[in-house]
Write a protein that binds this ligand. Structure first.
Ligand code: PBG
Length: 328
């Protein structure tokens, strides 16, 4: 007797039109946020550990914003490489209304106002020790003093025209403080995207090269960023940030933490973003460079994984490539 399968799941996979018809998720350029690095210099500065990614001058960053607009990428995320001479113990350059970050925001909002600008709120590109906040004599990052400076930093960025401020520092209570200051300052429509579940990760190395903090960083960030062993704690972080007024939350890094994305999305019906971080980008580039995988396929497959997990969008250095692959 011939045995026929009761149902052939391969039937709907047999032709491209059919695969398209039954696809549960579709990627579009609107799923992308493009992280960009700014330098005070005039020339493009390639970043060795992040092949294909550069720091851009103010003119260059405005061109990238135009590129994002033309590709249908809704939002760009900015990170400054502060000149070494302006890095101090207290990171005071972070609250200078004329710092590189604020100049970049203003230049972009003047030239390409229709692209969203997301800014990083943390002190690591501004401190001489590479930590995200103020450290005491023992190297411990002090929570409440740091939150006060971060609040001023967020305000300065909002005044320069930032559309979304994104605290990436993991201090307790800073989202509420920032929300209150934004309201009091009249910035009622400036959003907060909280780096809510940010892990103390080995995948941030190339980013620290890009913002020039790798060589400076003393110790690690384990007293403020989360332990990769924990998942329930991520839900507590998200609950707190939402209660304090976050409009959306982020999970970071991305691929190693897909389980966290799913749990956050299931527990809270809010926009969840993932940051596919620098080390993840470098891993894909390294695989492609040695012929271990096809870059375009790897990029789109990983982005689809985030979408399937429930994200509203992904911060990825592959954003312009991905948008082009999506037909932009
Ligand atoms: C710093 C910050 C980091 C990243 C974004 N904001 C690095 C860190 O916490 O050390 C990492 C992003 C990446 O690796 O692409 N506040």
């Amino acid at each position: 007797m011939t045995h026929y399968p009761a149902l052939r799941l391969r039937r709907t996979r047999a032709a491209a039109w059919s695969r398209r018809m039954v696809a549960e998720n579709v990627l579009t350029p609107a799923d992308l946020i493009w992280p960009l690095f700014v330098t005070g210099g005039e020339a493009e500065e390639p970043i060795a550990s992040l092949p294909g990614v550069s720091r851009w001058s103010l003119a260059g960053i405005v061109d990238r914003a135009r590129e994002a607009r033309d590709l249908g990428i809704p939002c760009i995320a900015l990170f400054p490489n502060t000149p070494a001479g302006l890095r101090t113990d207290d990171g005071r350059e972070a609250v200078n209304p004329d710092n590189l970050m604020c100049r970049a925001i203003r230049a972009i909002k003047d030239a390409v106002p229709e692209v969203g600008v997301l800014t990083d709120v943390a002190l690591d590109p501004y401190t001489s020790h590479g930590h995200d906040g103020i450290v005491d004599g023992a190297g411990y990052v002090l929570n409440d003093i740091t939150s006060e400076i971060l609040t001023r930093q967020a305000l300065v960025q909002a005044e320069a025209g930032a559309d979304i401020v994104a605290p990436s520092d993991m201090m307790d209570g800073r989202v509420g403080q920032i929300r209150e200051a934004l309201e009091a300052g009249g910035h009622v429509n400036v959003q907060i995207m909280a780096y809510a579940a940010k892990y103390a990760s080995g995948f941030y190395g190339p980013f620290r090269d890009a913002v020039g903090s790798r060589g400076l960083l003393k110790g690690d960030k384990k007293t403020y960023q989360m332990d990769p062993a924990n998942a329930e704690e991520a839900l507590r972080e998200v609950a707190l940030d939402l209660a304090e007024g976050a409009d959306s939350v982020m999970v970071k890094p991305g691929l190693p933490y897909l389980d966290i994305i799913v749990r956050v999305k299931n527990a809270f019906e809010v926009p969840v973003f993932a940051y596919q971080v620098s080390g993840e980008y470098a891993m894909i580039e390294a695989a492609a460079a040695v012929g271990a995988g096809d870059r375009d396929t790897l990029v789109l497959e990983t982005l689809m994984a985030f979408k399937r997990a429930g994200t509203s969008g992904v911060l990825t250095y592959h954003a312009p490539l991905a948008a082009r692959l999506m037909g932009a």
